[in-house]
Design a protein around this ligand. Sequence first.
Ligand code: NAD
Length: 255
Amino acid sequence: MLVTGSTSGIGKATTISFLKEGAKVIINGRSDSTVDATVKELSYFGTVYGIRADVSKKDESDELISRVNELGDLDVLVNNTGVFTVKPFEEVTDEEWLEYYQINVMSAVRLSRAFLGKMMDRNAGRIITIASEAGIKPYPELIPYGVSKTALITLSRGLAEVAKGTNVTVNSVLPGPTWTEGFGTFITDLANENGQDLDIFITEYFKNDQPTSLLQRYATVEEVADTIVFLASEKASAINGAAQRVEGGIIQSIL
Ligand code: NAD
């Protein structure tokens, strides 16, 4: 299996969960040193391969695809790479919009295009794309991010239609606020800037900014990773074309 953007955060936790299940995993990141260090760290859990590639770039994605093919048939593709920036809508330039599209959307488009057909030929496989609750709950300061995630949800459902009648499933996963190293630093800095204790800052954030969250806390990366690993399993064969929420109930909807 291949997990893109897996040298930290949800991607890294997903890799660990897969390795604990006995899977062989290819990890990916943008720098050789980070990829090598992550391979070394995660080898403790099982067989890990590392391939450096910036998946926002077509040539580097193509190189990644050929190196994955050299390793054998890919059974599970997790399109995890995604970035966000908090910025007022009026200040986001055309270049930034297109950059979002390349990193968050085209990365998943190119890899899915390369592997879906092969999976359908083998009548087996899983494509799981990490979207976000922001894809169906727009945040005014994260509009390009939200738009890119809405696109990924549509992409996933569309690809599930393409694979209709086969044993290949294609789903998106919608995490909500999830405590990663990077996000943790961002929130801790914000709490410090506001002169607030971190725990109180988080409690207030959920109370005031995410009142519909049933969890009223950040999800852990392991909680999101375990959902991804379940969707990749045989047990999840009938979950297809779904947008699986792991957002602690922020989206106040029965479906
Ligand atoms: P993260 O920043 O902790 O990790 C992202 C990883 O992607 C890093 O390893 C980084 O090196 C890699 N990466 C970034 N750009 C890349 C590129 N162009 N090519 C290759 N690798 C690249 O992120 P995270 O919070 O774990 O997010 C993972 C996914 O989950 C993203 O798609 C994100 O949008 C989504 N998500 C996260 C949250 C959250 O609260 N953390 C919530 C909803 C959705």
